[in-house]
Design a protein around this ligand. Structure first.
Ligand SMILES: Cc1cc2nc3c(=O)[nH]c(=O)nc-3n(C[C@H](O)[C@H](O)[C@H](O)COP(=O)(O)OP(=O)(O)OC[C@H]3O[C@@H](n4cnc5c(N)ncnc54)[C@H](O)[C@@H]3O)c2cc1C
Length: 361
């Protein structure tokens, strides 16, 4: 089920089947001058149905939103075989409860998405500018990214890598190891891209960064290559548990303090990359063998609780799945945890849809 059924640039919508890959959809849409904004780093291997089921985000979402901001309507098949058409094709629509939103990020436990009406954007005109800023430590880089947001500037991408991530990515790409301990890679787009890049560079310099700005697309790709190499670089270190906490953007530096504390107290290294533009961190736990060892879970538990204390959440974009279901009630609280399981039972009374996912048995 990977067909594009309809593209309407005039209404800025497309109707697709769920199995189409995110990147294939956007390649096809580009010919019509439009795009679907959600851009998980897995875009070349992940489906629109999977993106909707996980409520995926990506690199561009601080500026262009996540899946939740980019779906108008869904066709879903319920556990008993009934088909529902949720949502609308119009920009506005508030008839009844918003079941479309309920299905986004529901990880396949409420029904199977068999069709989606997606909200599109026009391709962004102008030249993309890329900024690379290195910092002596990750806390300074995190504080600098918060300063960019606080200054009212809106980059399209703002990614942060810590020292261990940087070293692993540089090794993988055969680059000089370097001496800096954190990297912010930022892009601006649109008509004001050059002026915004200059304004951001100024904020970063004031925050102690060594800053490089480029308006050349090839050079921009070269600067982003380190970030794009992140997942294979982590895999080169061992088995990787990619975590996914999110905190308010102003608390990013404090979350890095907490990660440093967890590293010290648990005797582990936690290479961390962050979508700094929206406060979403991916701390990576590296170990040997196929199973996550108990001491790693202890460190992860400590880290999750720190994110919650800072006003954050257990998962910014990957979802609960099986591995994080034991922490779900801690974040939701008893009343919401009960209510959510009751909602699951209304849609799927016999528990046949993704049994064991999200809600522990
Ligand atoms: C290298 C890498 C990078 C990643 N980067 C990002 C990132 O930047 N941002 C991000 O948000 N995520 C990221 N992810 C996580 C993941 O790729 C995304 O969440 C993606 O949206 C999952 O899509 P998929 O097609 O792979 O779904 P799957 O992994 O196949 O499924 C995910 C869940 O959705 C359910 N599901 C799938 N299709 C449907 C359907 N049609 N109806 C109902 N339920 C369904 C499945 O049962 C499962 O529970 C990354 C993953 C990898 C491996």
């Amino acid at each position: 089920m990977d067909r594009i059924l309809e593209v309407r640039p005039d209404d800025l919508l497309a109707v697709v089947e769920p199995g189409i890959l995110n990147a294939d959809l956007n390649d096809a849409l580009a010919a019509e001058g439009v795009w679907w904004a959600p851009d998980p780093a897995s875009r070349s291997i992940s489906t629109v149905g999977g993106n909707i089921a996980t409520g995926a985000g990506g690199l561009l979402c601080a500026k262009y939103g996540v899946v939740r901001d980019a779906v108008l309507a869904l066709d879903v098949v319920l556990a008993d075989g009934r088909m529902l058409h949720l949502g609308h094709r119009s920009v506005k629509g508030v008839t009844g409860l918003d079941l479309t939103s309920l299905f986004i990020g529901s990880e396949g436990v409420l029904g199977v998405v068999v069709g989606a009406t997606l909200k599109l954007r026009r391709l962004v005109p102008g030249t993309v500018h890329t900024i690379a800023a290195t910092f002596p430590d990750v806390r300074a880089a995190a504080a600098a990214s918060s300063a960019v947001t606080a200054a009212g500037l809106q980059p399209s991408i703002m990614e942060l890598m810590d020292a261990t991530c940087l070293a692993a990515a540089r090794r993988l790409l055969g680059l000089d190891p370097g001496t800096d301990d954190a990297l912010l890679t930022i892009q601006t787009d649109g008509a004001a891209s050059a002026a915004e890049a200059d304004a951001i560079a100024e904020v970063l310099r004031t925050a102690g960064g060594a800053v490089e700005v480029s308006g050349d697309p090839d050079e921009g790709e070269r600067l982003l290559a380190l970030r794009r190499a992140m997942h294979p670089a982590m895999e080169s270190l061992g088995t990787t548990l990619i975590e996914d906490v999110s905190v308010p953007r102003s608390r990013l530096a404090e979350m890095f303090d907490e990660i440093a504390r967890v590293e010290r107290e648990h005797g582990v290294t936690i290479p961390t990359v962050a979508h700094a533009g929206d406060g979403n961190l991916h701390p990576n736990f590296i170990f040997d063998g196929p199973e996550v060892p108990a001491p790693i879970w202890d460190a992860a538990d400590d880290l999750f609780r720190a994110a919650l204390r800072l006003g954050g959440t257990l998962t910014g974009e990957h979802g609960i799945g099986v591995l994080k279901r034991r922490w779900l009630a801690d974040e939701l609280g008893q009343d919401q945890w009960d209510l959510q399981r009751q909602i699951k039972a209304v849609f799927d009374p016999h528990g046949i849809l993704n049994p064991g996912k999200v809600f522990a048995p």
